[in-house]
Each structure stands twice: as C-alpha cells, then as structure tokens.
Design a protein around this ligand. Structure first.
Ligand code: PMP
Length: 312
C-alpha cells in the first residue's frame, strides 16, 4: 500500500513525534470540521536524486493555514515557528532523503464544543511521493484526458474555496468520481457564473498566443501557493506575459496548451478536454519551460528564488 494511505513511520502529534500507527483518536472525533495544508519538501540540487531537503513556500502555506483556521473558527494552539519545528521533527524522525509531502491536519477535540471548540488536535503526517518533474521524467509526458465537470465549483457565499477545509473536498470528490465513471483522468470546474475555475485539487493555467492566462481568485479558486509563485516567475524569470482574468470553456478548448499547477499537481500537462485535443504539441513548449524552471527553483538551483525555500 502506498504511504499516502498510511503515512510514513513517524508523525508529529500534539507536541511530540509518535509512531503513526499510534497516532490514534476516537472514531467520534469531529475530523470533518477540520482544516489542513499540503506542502512539499524537495531534494536540494536535483529533485530526482537523494539528499538534503528544503520546504517549498513555507510562509505562504503556513499563512494560508492560519487564514483557513480563522474562517473555520479554529484557534491554532501552536505558533507558526512551532509548526515549522514540528514539520522538521516529523521529516527528520523518518530519516527522509527523498522528496516528501507534508499534510498538517487540525480539527476540534471531541467534547470541547465542536463548532465553537476551544481545543484542537494538530497532527503533521508526511509521506514520500513521486514527482512529475525533473529532467526527462517520463511521467510528465503521460497522456491526461480531462473533462469539464457537470458539477460547479463551490462558491464563497456557501463554502469558501479559499479556506482549505476538508468539507471543500466533497465537491472535488463529486467531480473526480464523475470523471472516473466516464473514463477521464480528471475534471475541471466552472464557477457559479460559468467561467473556468480550477481542477479538483489544483489551479489551472492556459496558454494562448504566447501568453499564460489563469482565472482570478474571485473565480472560486483556492489561493494556490504554486499559482502565486508561477505568476511571479513566468513573467519575471521566463519573460512570458501572464494575464489573471476570467475566461470561458470555449477559450480553454481553443488554448494552445493547458496545465494544472499545485503542490500535488506540480505542473501537470493536460492532453485533451472533453475529448478535444489541446494545441498542436504535447506537452506544450511553454508548459515544459515552466515545469523545467519550477523544478530548478524547487531544487534550489535558481539563486533569485532561494528565498522560497526553507531548509528542513
Ligand atoms: N486548488 C485546490 C482545490 C487544491 O486542493 C490545491 C492543492 N492545495 C490547489 C488548488 C493548489 O494549491 P497549492 O498550490 O497551494 O498547493
């Protein structure tokens, strides 16, 4: 079984490193009221090798966790500095020397008030993952057939997609299951207005006439750390114009390239949408350029972007 389903041997829970199999709570805990973050640490020098690890985007991830907590009535019982130390301890306890995924999970402690809880569990599990990135990685080129979901993305006036709460992933589950039933690899959401929103667990970018376009935060997206960094480096480091604006599914069908971006998705090219092939070349040249530069940033090889990395 993959580590993603049972976690690595050790995790950090409520103040100490414990064996993950001993990180137990009652089945009656209101975990469904919880929030989480998805963060990655990559190997210095080359993301396909082994070595010392750096956490990517620690500050924006931990700041978003605090915002998710505020929206969901959770008071974080540790400081941001303590969360970084907890994360370091969880990674070190497992002796990782390959890329790792880190998923801090916070939820109200049973019996302390549920919706107005006073006490919270904080767990930091980690596990290894296989990157799509790195030079000549064959996984990057795999075909990916996506569809526009018949489900719309949740909106801020009902269940704010900006806060990373487990509840939001009920919406993602509907779209993912629909896509799987119909034989697609994944789904893209439109927002309530009918504009392109995001994937089920990643943001979306399209290439049109040499420009990268991506939906705004008001299109019911998660304020993605990866998207923020890509917007910055695509324009500044690669000299490719980036437009943050609404667009419709028609523009998506007509795009030269489409890719997903996110901590999990990294930079994931999409081959077709609703069985219409995207562009002429797959993966597209700009997608490949963005993925290549992103992987160099993650490996710490881009001096200007080293401040996006935090050593473990
Ligand atoms: N949208 C959704 C719904 C997500 O689950 C994720 C993954 N966290 C993203 C976008 C990408 O966000 P980030 O780049 O911060 O991982």
């Amino acid at each position: 079984m993959s580590e993603a389903f049972h976690g690595a041997e050790y995790c950090w829970m409520n103040g100490e490193v414990v064996k993950t199999e001993d990180a137990l709570v009652s089945a009656m805990e209101p975990i469904y009221l919880g929030i989480f973050e998805g963060i990655k640490a990559y190997v210095e020098g080359d993301v396909l090798k082994e070595g010392k690890l750096n956490i990517f985007g620690w500050k924006p991830h931990i700041d978003r966790l605090w915002r998710s907590a505020a929206v969901n009535g959770i008071t974080m019982p540790y400081t941001k500095e303590e969360m970084l130390e907890a994360t370091r301890q969880a990674i070190k306890a497992n002796g990782f020397e390959t890329n790792v995924y880190i998923q801090p999970r916070i939820w109200p402690k049973a019996g302390t008030g549920r919706y107005l809880a006073k006490e919270f569990h904080v767990v930091v599990p980690t596990w290894k993952f296989d990157t799509l990135l790195g030079k000549d990685n064959p996984r990057f080129r795999e075909e990916r057939r996506y569809m526009i979901s018949s489900w719309r993305r949740i909106s801020s006036d009902a269940l704010p997609p900006q806060a990373k709460s487990w509840a939001n992933y009920g919406n993602s589950g509907l779209a993912t299951r629909e896509a799987a039933r119909l034989g697609y690899d994944g789904a893209i959401f439109l927002d309530r207005r009918g504009f392109v929103s995001e994937g089920t667990g990643a943001c979306l970018m399209a290439v049109r006439d040499g420009k990268v376009v991506t939906p705004p935060v008001t299109a019911s997206i998660l304020e993605s750390v990866t998207r923020g960094c890509l917007i910055e480096f695509i324009a500044e480091d690669l000299g490719i114009p980036v437009e943050v604006r609404d667009f419709t599914r028609v523009e998506l069908y007509a795009a030269d390239e489409v890719f997903l971006c996110g901590t999990g998705a990294e930079v994931t090219p999409i081959t077709s949408i609703d069985d219409m092939k995207v562009g002429e070349e797959y993966p597209g040249p700009i997608t490949a350029k963005v993925a290549g530069h992103y992987s160099e940033i993650l490996a710490g090889n881009v001096e200007k972007r080293r401040n996006w990395l935090t050593p473990v």
